[in-house]
Design a binder for this molecule. Sequence first.
Ligand SMILES: NC(=O)C1=CN([C@@H]2O[C@H](COP(=O)(O)OP(=O)(O)OC[C@H]3O[C@@H](n4cnc5c(N)ncnc54)[C@H](OP(=O)(O)O)[C@@H]3O)[C@@H](O)[C@H]2O)[C@@H](O)CC1
Ligand SMILES: Nc1ncnc2c1ncn2[C@@H]1O[C@H](COP(=O)(O)OP(=O)(O)O)[C@@H](O)[C@H]1O
Ligand SMILES: [K+]
Length: 495
Amino acid sequence: MRYLPTGKKMGEADRHTIDGIGIPSLVLMERAALQCLHVIAARQIDTGNVLIVCGSGNNGGDGFALARLFLEKGVHPTVTFVGKEASRSEECTTQMEIFKTLGGEIFSEIPEKDYTLVVDAIFGVGLSREISGRYATILETMNQLKGIKLAMDIPSGVSAENGQILGIGFRADYTVSMQCEKLGTVLFPGKEYAGEVFAVPIGIDETYFTKQKEVVRTCDRKDLKSVLPRRLMNSHKGTYGKVLLIAGSEGMSGAAFFSAAAAYGIGAGLVKIYTPESNRQVLQQLLPEAIITTYEKESVSSVTEWADVIGIGPGLSKGKKAAEILETVLTQAEVPCVIDADGLNLLAEQNRLELLKTRKQATVLTPHMKEMSRLLGGKPVAEIQTGRFEILKKFVEEYSVTCVLKDARTLVMKQDEHPYLNTTGNQAMAKGGSGDVLTGVITGLLAQRISAYDAAITGVFLHGMAGDQAKKEKGSYGVLARDLIHEIEYCERWQ
Ligand SMILES: NC(=O)C1=CN([C@@H]2O[C@H](COP(=O)(O)OP(=O)(O)OC[C@H]3O[C@@H](n4cnc5c(N)ncnc54)[C@H](OP(=O)(O)O)[C@@H]3O)[C@@H](O)[C@H]2O)[C@@H](O)CC1
Ligand SMILES: Nc1ncnc2c1ncn2[C@@H]1O[C@H](COP(=O)(O)OP(=O)(O)O)[C@@H](O)[C@H]1O
Ligand SMILES: [K+]
């Protein structure tokens, strides 16, 4: 698990470390510069001709410190100071003076040379407004230079708060992020400017974020062991829960299959599909492990009574029958529920969202951007994209749900928990059926009795990992929903 603070939150943690704990700012800066040097060595970057461009804040201070460490190694970097003298920070001034005392030369323009490495130390998390004028020209020049590009902390121009490009951004091959990767290089378009990101420890106290519930977190492959539900030797299928999937309508059996197969694939004990009779035969052939029961044969009340967890919506349709079923589930089922696709579209109509407020068990909603827009009464997708954290926070508080907002960077939110931003998954998953698989995975995890928040973040993480594995095998074009299921079945291998 790792935090993805905004620039503002990172600044707070810096101050807490410096003022609250007493670690001097220059000590942190020294470690920041040393870590950059380590990354440069680890990536075997040619330091034959290094350019370091420094601004007037502490990011510039990082740059001067790195320049001095290069001197110690016998490397003579070209250092350009592009900041304003008047606004130079104390640390930046100190580092600049040390560098000068050691014989370092400081330019005010970028000398024309063939650089092997270009280091951006103009703006870090202190970037506070659009970049224009001379700074913009300098960044444009730096982007056009040959050589490997490395950003200290965050590429200049990328907003650490939201990943937006403020005018112009440095296009890095590598970004060395101090202590934590910032939210701005995980979100698009910032991510595309950051290249490979190394989050390096420099001594900032990250436990500061534990109580700051607004700080976003993510997880990595190494967390898998702790997030996967345990599989006990002394167990039976009842141990891993009974999943009911209410999915598929006439001519839409595939969605039910994907969700059900994914629920089994992630370890659920028993999976039942509730669907129209016309889907019975094909589903029985596609997934003989599943129990098939139909609208014509059984009432929704009796099937919901059987279930430990319900997933409703994939391929459901928006017909009258589907609406009745959803309303019965929301008012009668006293088990956790995952609502997806048409389940969400129906929820968005006729004030049905209000039904969520009376539910006693956990509800997980898995909308993509367009479905979220419908849930929010038609709020434009662009508005949701830029304001996703605030908008979702309000929504989950109002309806007491866990919300999985699906996107290239899926966001999971629940009241009183850190927002979770997913970093697995890729463009190969942008295809029909991918979402149905996610519904099955989250439902299958809930069946194994982990909390709604844990099931949502673990499900999203594993689903993305499956996409990444599938892309490795098939590339970006040919991955199908069934490939995701196949990979999920093997998820233990990723630990
Ligand atoms: N001890 C610590 O705290 C540690 C900090 N560390 C490092 O410090 C970085 C944060 O440093 P920071 O807070 O000084 O801000 P920074 O990113 O250098 O920028 C501020 C300068 O930019 C200017 N400016 C901003 N926007 C602008 C614009 N659009 N156009 C023009 N100017 C603009 C702004 O000017 P002003 O707004 O005052 O006019 C000010 O001069 C952090 O990312 C990390 O690298 C690490 O070493 C670890 C220890
Ligand atoms: N470019 C991408 N990068 C990462 N994940 C993606 C990308 N495109 C789609 N996905 C994932 O694939 C899934 C698509 O879900 P959804 O749009 O509901 O598909 P469907 O309704 O066709 O099943 C989501 O989990 C989403 O996060
Ligand atoms: K920078």
